[in-house]
Design a protein around this ligand. Structure first.
Ligand code: NAD
Length: 363
């Protein structure tokens, strides 16, 4: 199946090199609202540059990878589906629940597939963690903690305003990595609660070209959430742009027989560490799977392979919709002072089988 990319910004480079790592991916064209950006990428990667309309009208393209900014994700995904193409979108699936519904409904009506980033859970680190949990090495999972703590991107990002507007903030920007990893490891979530605050009313940009300009903060920048998983475990997730320094781990899974230390879910590799009841120290577990370098593109490669064989794909629209619903639910719970029951559900994505070569997915 031929693939076209819409959105030729920062993240497009790693996707454009994905066919080298994933034999199932055949990227033939790219497009952007700024045609010159598409032309530059097309020249570099030996593919065709098209207008967005031209790419959507091209009958040879069966799947669109949507790498536009979050505010445009839904519009572009709906355009791709209307044009009869499967679509894989960078995270988040959409910014509102309404738009996510529209995307999934249209895809169902047209018999097309929706996929969504992140695909880091298909990497060596998180697949090794899943194997250890599924094999019962830590017993049955009882709880988890996950922390994404930092002081925001305005010190380095060239255009950081959008991070402090509704639909962004630390939860919508980084939450998808943590929530997708937790659902991959523990299954779907039944209910959440949380508290959110804006700790600093303004941010001062430290990076060129807007150095010294201030940003008015219009969305919570510290969100502390609690999640009850359908299978029983209770997890704590804190995402923050308000913290200068911290020593907490990224993700830990606590089981009846021991603890699993999970690698950064914004990466594909390790380290994976274990410490079982009675053990005096942590030990690093060798990774059992390939794809430990930056392997963005595994998600759409899995989608193309799955479309070919008819099996479900792993980085699915249903999973991304559950993640989006959760991110909104933390904010709703804080505003309304209650637990929020999730109406979205998704199946835990299938674990990868052992023994696949790097970049190759199972039929
Ligand atoms: N940059 C990163 O490190 C990174 C990492 C992981 C995920 N992401 C995600 O990838 C997506 C893109 O991020 P980025 O950093 O590449 O952003 P970017 O702003 O660098 O690039 C986005 C590109 O999309 C184009 N675009 C916007 N609206 C469009 C539309 N309607 N039709 C066609 N083109 C359109 C823009 O012109 C731009 O070239 C975001 O969803 C982001 O969350 C980014």
């Amino acid at each position: 199946m031929n693939v076209g990319i819409i959105g030729c910004g920062n993240i497009s480079q790693i996707y454009l090199t994905a066919p080298k790592r994933n034999p199932a991916l055949e990227i033939v064209a790219c497009a952007d609202v700024f045609l010159e950006r598409a032309e530059a990428k097309a020249r570099e990667h030996g593919i065709r540059a098209l207008t967005v309309e031209g790419l959507l009208a091209d009958p040879e393209i069966g799947l669109v990878i949507n790498l536009t900014i979050p505010a445009a994700h839904a519009t572009v995904a709906l355009q791709a589906l209307e044009a009869g193409k499967h679509v894989y979108t960078e995270k988040p699936l959409a910014t509102t629940r309404e738009d996510a519904h529209k995307i999934l409904d249209l895809a169902a009506r047209k018999g097309l597939r929706v996929g969504c980033a992140p695909d880091t859970f298909l990497g060596a680190g998180l697949q090794t963690c899943r194997k250890l949990i599924d094999e019962g090495v830590i017993g049955h999972p009882v709880a988890a903690t996950a922390f994404m703590l930092g002081h925001g991107p305005e010190g380095w990002h060239p255009d950081p305003e959008f991070f402090y507007q509704p639909g962004a903030g630390p939860m919508f920007d980084m939450g998808p990595y943590y929530l997708t990893a937790l659902i991959h490891l523990l299954g779907p979530v039944d209910r959440v609660t949380g508290s959110a605050r804006i700790s600093f009313a303004e941010r001062v940009i430290g990076s060129a070209p807007k150095k010294g300009q201030t940003i008015k903060v219009n969305t919570p920048t510290h969100i502390a959430g609690v999640l009850d998983f359908a299978a029983g475990p209770v997890a704590t997730l804190v995402t923050s742009f308000d913290v200068w320094a911290a020593q907490v781990p990224r993700i830990e899974i606590y089981g009846s027989l021991g603890t699993l230390s999970v690698p950064d879910p914004n990466t594909f590799g390790g380290p994976v560490k274990l410490r079982l009841a009675g053990e005096e120290a942590w030990r690093e577990v060798p990774l059992s799977f390939p794809n430990h370098e930056n392997s963005r593109g595994l998600g759409p490669a899995d989608m193309v392979t799955a479309i070919g064989s008819g099996r479900p794909h792993r980085a699915s629209g249903a999973l991304a919709w559950h993640v989006l619903d959760l991110m909104h639910a933390f904010h709703d719970a804080s505003r309304e002072g209650r637990h929020v029951l999730l109406s979205s559900q998704c199946a835990q994505p299938a674990a990868l089988p052992l023994g696949l070569a790097a970049g190759v997915l199972d039929d």
